[in-house]
Design a protein around this ligand. Structure first.
Ligand code: 5RP
Length: 270
């Protein structure tokens, strides 16, 4: 099979089609050609987001002498930006007090309050840096990612940790009620722990389904006493563990959403 046939086959895949549709809708609703700083996340969905931005800029060129800068959340994300012919700008080169107008990113799971689990691709630290420096965080999620509560289909929380501390973080996570947290390892040929762009490790920590803040308002405890945590309480508690750089729970980030409308398998269209 030629590479162009392979590409066509990928595009026809219903899941790829849903990711693409969600990404194009997110860009149509939230990107403008006169924006200066735009965050670009990591993963396979954001590739379609970059394609949509490129297409948007082709149809609607920026004002004369205006530059659009795209801030990556890791090496892969930078490569996607560069390959699209867009201008990358390192997070540490964003001038002074400037904010990003918007950051686009994918997610592993999204709950009904738009809290997300992120880090399936091991980029969560830089993803959170960029998201928190943005006036608006747009999470592009196709229908598979959409759940009432986090930890429904996606079973564990990615946590970025200092290599030297990984064993003590695993221990602390078990005390917090995580059942069998594990260091993420390379599969097959490569052995040993996966390293992030910061040369840190990733721990995947399974917990019981997480309560939203609405659940807590409605009387659920969410403090972990009975093994059930709310998203916010657990994210804060894990962040306190020595050796943890970042937690793959994103909440309260000025959320907005763009989801695929071409749904199947009994999902309701949004
Ligand atoms: C990487 C991430 C990704 O955004 C997340 O894993 C979604 O990836 P995909 O779009 O491939 O499903 O958080 O760390």
């Amino acid at each position: 099979m030629s590479s162009s046939e392979k590409k066509d086959e990928k595009k026809e895949d219903p899941i790829e089609a849903a990711k693409r549709k969600a990404a194009f809708r997110a860009v149509e609703d939230h990107f403008r050609s006169d924006m200066t700083f735009v965050g670009i996340g990591s993963g396979s969905t954001i590739v379609y987001g970059v394609e949509a931005i490129k297409e948007h800029l082709r149809k609607n060129p920026p004002p004369p002498n205006h530059m659009n800068w795209f801030v990556p959340t890791g090496w892969n994300s930078r490569k996607v930006i560069e390959e699209a012919g867009l201008l990358p700008l390192g997070f540490d080169s964003i001038p002074g007090d400037s904010m990003l107008e918007v950051a686009f990113d994918g997610a592993d799971e999204v709950d009904e309050e738009l809290n997300c689990i992120k880090g399936g691709g091991a980029c969560l630290f830089q993803e959170k840096l960029v998201a928190c420096r943005s006036k608006k965080f747009i999470c592009i999620a196709d229908y598979r990612k959409n759940q009432k509560r986090l930890l429904t289909n996606w079973k564990s929380i990615p946590i970025e940790v200092a290599p030297i501390a990984h064993a003590s973080v695993l221990r602390e996570l078990r005390i917090l009620g995580s059942t069998d947290p594990k260091l993420r390892e390379h599969s097959l040929a490569k052995t040993g722990p996966i390293q992030t762009d910061q040369s840190f490790y990733i721990i995947d920590a399974p917990f019981k389904q997480l309560y939203t803040s609405l659940d807590v308002k409605n009387g659920k405890d969410g403090s972990g006493k009975d093994g059930h945590w709310s998203v916010e309480a657990l994210a804060k508690r894990i962040k306190e563990i020595n050796g943890v750089l970042e937690v793959g729970l994103f909440y309260g980030l000025n959320g907005d959403e763009a989801q695929a409308t071409g749904l199947k398998g009994g999902q309701k269209p949004v």
